[in-house]
Every structure is written in C-alpha cells, then in structure tokens.
Ligand binder design. Structure first.
Ligand code: ATP
Ligand code: MG
Length: 230
C-alpha cells in the first residue's frame, strides 16, 4: 500500500483513500487527476479488496482507456486478479449495455444492431435528401446531419423537432422531414448512429428497472475521468 500511495502528494492521497460515497475532484490541467483515478482503482482492489468486476472507469477516448488499463495493471504488478475492472469509453459502455438488452427497449432493434459512424450517417442523410426530392446543393448533407445530431443530443426526436419548426421556415421544415425519414431508415436497418448509442442506453436505464438494478449491483465503484466534458 505504501508503494501505491508513495507516488502521490497529500491531496492526491486523500482523493485515492476517500473511497466511499460520491467524490468530485476539480484540479487544473496536468495536475495529476488521471493518476489519481488510476491509483484509486488499484487501491480499491488491493487495499479495500473490492472485486475488480465491481469497478467501472469511464474515459473519453479509446486511447485514454487503454492507457488507464495499462497503468492499473502496472500498479497491481502481476497480482493475480479475479477478473478485471471495466475501463471503457462512454460509447463502448453504451454499446455493451445495448448489445445485452436493447430488445427490452421495444423499439424494433435487436442485439445484432449495426453502428453507423459519422460518415455512414451523412450518407444516409444524403440519400434521404435525394429521395425526398430536395436539392442537395441547397440542403447540404453534412450540415443537415449536423442539425439532426444537434437536435438528438438536445433530447428532440423527429416529431418534437418538426413541432418546433416555424411556419415560414422552409429550410428547417425540410430538415425535419429528412430527420423523420433518417430515423425510419435507421430502425429499418437495425442501425444506431453515435448519438443513439448514448440516447438509447440512457433510455434503456430509465425504462427498465431490472436493467438499472443489474448495473447498480455490478458497478459499486464508478470513476469518470474528464467529467467536465460529460
Ligand atoms: N504526485 C506526483 N508526482 C510526480 N508526478 C506526478 C504526480 N502526479 C501526477 N504526476 C505526473 O504528472 C503528469 C500529469 O498527470 P496526469 O495525467 O494524471 O494529470 P491530469 O490532471 O489527468 O492531466 P490532464 O489535465 O491533461 O488530464 C503525468 O506525467 C503524471 O505521471
Ligand atoms: Mg487526465
């Protein structure tokens, strides 16, 4: 234990050893926040005897997740573990949850859903624009996809977006129709775009008590790096 904590200053040590209850750490760039999270995971496992399986760490990029895994492994230095903590990005965590339970959303999706990246989304939007007979010079696919994505992230579905379009705003009315068709095509293709991954995972947790219970039970300790960006 002294080994684990010896690489930390006093404030960091406090952050690592305060393991129970919610804890928010605010500190400047490069001040050692990620190091704290990494040591905290190792500390929970080796000093508080938390099962690795009960720990979830969330980061923003796959690279950060991989780095964190490597650093935790190094800190635990060859200790034989019963399982590993789950270190994941928000998106891959959502994919996991949806691969397990998306059918419980009852929106027509199955567990073998496809994921559309941004380029795929733009392609589908472009086809929708064309099939609705709009001029894709005037209604750009990339821009339209951006508007749809922004709406989805603000919690608007296609109908809610359409309801907000003002009568004289032809451009937004066109976007609304593209949005609606785009969403229909995604469901028909059993496909989720990047925004859906987050939206549908949250919806699943809200909707299904037993899914919530499952993750409450499993993830006793949740650590989020770069929380300010969530
Ligand atoms: N107590 C410490 N003693 C010596 N070096 C440290 C200490 N804490 C962190 N470092 C080093 O400082 C650098 C930055 O640490 P870290 O990446 O954890 O900071 P951060 O706050 O997460 O940074 P960012 O804001 O970029 O995410 C790393 O090289 C890390 O190993
Ligand atoms: Mg960091």
């Amino acid at each position: 234990m002294t080994d684990l904590l010896s690489s930390l200053n006093e404030r960091q040590r406090e952050a690592v050893t305060t393991t129970e209850g919610p804890l928010l750490i605010i500190a400047g760039a490069g001040s050692g926040k990620t190091r704290v999270i990494t040591v905290r995971i190792a500390y929970l496992i080796s000093e508080r005897h938390v099962a690795p399986h009960n720990i979830l760490a969330v980061t923003f990029t796959n690279k950060a997740a991989q780095e964190m895994r490597d650093r935790v492994n190094k800190l635990l230095g060859g200790q034989k573990l019963a399982g590993a903590p789950l270190v994941s990005t928000f998106h891959s965590l959502c994919v996991r949850m949806l691969r397990r339970d998306i059918e419980k959303l009852e929106e027509g999706y199955t567990r073998s859903f496809t994921i559309y990246d941004q380029d795929d989304s733009v392609r589908v939007v472009k086809a929708c624009i064309k099939d609705l007979g709009y001029d894709d010079q005037r209604l750009g696919a990339r821009q339209t996809q951006g508007a749809i994505s922004h709406a989805k992230n603000s919690g608007l579905d296609a109908d809610a977006y359409a309801a907000r379009v003002e009568a004289h705003d032809e451009r937004r009315a066109a976007v609304a129709r593209v949005f609606k068709l785009y969403e229909e095509r995604l469901v028909n293709n059993n496909a989720l775009d990047f925004d859906d991954l987050l939206i549908k995972a949250v919806r699943l947790l809200r909707k299904r008590e037993e899914v919530r219970a499952h993750y409450n039970e499993r993830f006793r300790y949740i650590l989020v790096d770069e929380y300010q960006d969530t």
